[in-house]
Design a protein around this ligand. Structure first.
Ligand code: SF4
Length: 272
């Protein structure tokens, strides 16, 4: 995407009332000069900014501090570093530490997304964060995209609600989805696809996201109750992670039809 177009979109997003934006998907720091311009514009428009990165660029403390200091001056609000046994096959762990320390030194809020499949071999990463007193949040790996080929481990969760806030996601081809990147991989039904910005206004796409009855059920009732309503056994439901359960329900044309037919009232009343 050309920077001129990206900035145009940011202006339109601001007009539509967007107050927070995350630069993600792939590695945004490859386009560092463009990032500076976009973060700058977001600050001008009072938009909170976050950049998601694998920290490949944070090779030395000096270089890291310089880059983050520059971003801070342009108005960056938060940095989110991805870290996992998969990311660290390509980027030294020390880079993540440099990035975290650089954030502390320059006054940028940060946290580490610790992507994990909860296996024992991930313990050393957790110890690394704790030993270095880093702020981190474990996040279950989402078996979509490149992670789709990983062997999925069986789990048993609590019977949790699995509600989801669903932040809209704008892809480089200007397709907009009602949920994060994982939602763009529901290729059987395109359930989360709102439309493309080339053919629709931002306002219209946001309105679709906010008024779709099934999306609102995901936000309010939660995916677990919807699964039970759709006929899944409780014993099966607790073997699914949140996004996997979502995919099972909404990427199946048959189940989606049942849910769409009932999302007017019946499903919305499926509460205690
Ligand atoms: S639960 Fe569904 S809506 Fe929420 S992030 Fe996962 S795939 Fe997206």
């Amino acid at each position: 995407m050309e920077i001129v177009e990206a900035k145009e979109i940011i202006r339109d997003m601001a007009m539509a009332g967007v107050t927070g934006m995350s630069f993600t998907a792939g590695e945004p720091f490859i386009y560092f000069d463009d990032l500076l311009e976009m973060v700058d514009l977001c600050r001008e428009k009072n938009i909170y900014t976050r950049i998601v990165t694998n920290s490949f660029w944070a090779t030395t403390p000096e270089k890291t501090e310089h880059m983050l200091g520059t971003l801070k001056k342009r108005g960056l609000s938060q940095l989110r570093m991805s870290c996992s046994k998969w990311h660290q096959q390509h980027v030294p762990r020390q880079n993540v530490l440099n990035a975290a320390r650089g954030c502390i030194a320059t006054g940028i809020d940060y946290f580490i997304s610790f992507v994990t499949d909860f296996s024992e071999e991930d313990d050393e990463y957790e110890s690394f964060f704790r030993d270095n007193k880093l702020k981190f949040f474990p996040e279950p790996v989402i078996y979509a995209g490149r992670a789709g080929s990983l062997a999925r481990k069986e789990i048993f969760t609590d019977y949790q609600e699995n509600r989801c806030t669903m932040n809209p996601y704008l892809a480089p081809d200007l397709s907009m989805y009602a949920c994060c990147d994982a939602g763009s991989h529901f290729s059987n039904t395109d359930f989360f696809l709102l439309g493309n910005l080339k053919d629709n206004s931002i306002d219209l796409l946001f309105r679709k996201s906010e008024t779709n009855p099934l999306y609102n059920c995901i936000r309010s009732i939660g995916v677990t109750a919807i699964a039970s309503f759709a006929g899944m056994k409780a014993r099966d439901i607790v073997t699914y992670r949140k996004c996997e359960l979502c995919k099972k329900l909404f990427d199946s044309p048959e189940t989606l039809k049942i849910l769409q037919d009932s999302s007017g009232l019946e499903l919305q009343r499926w509460v205690r």
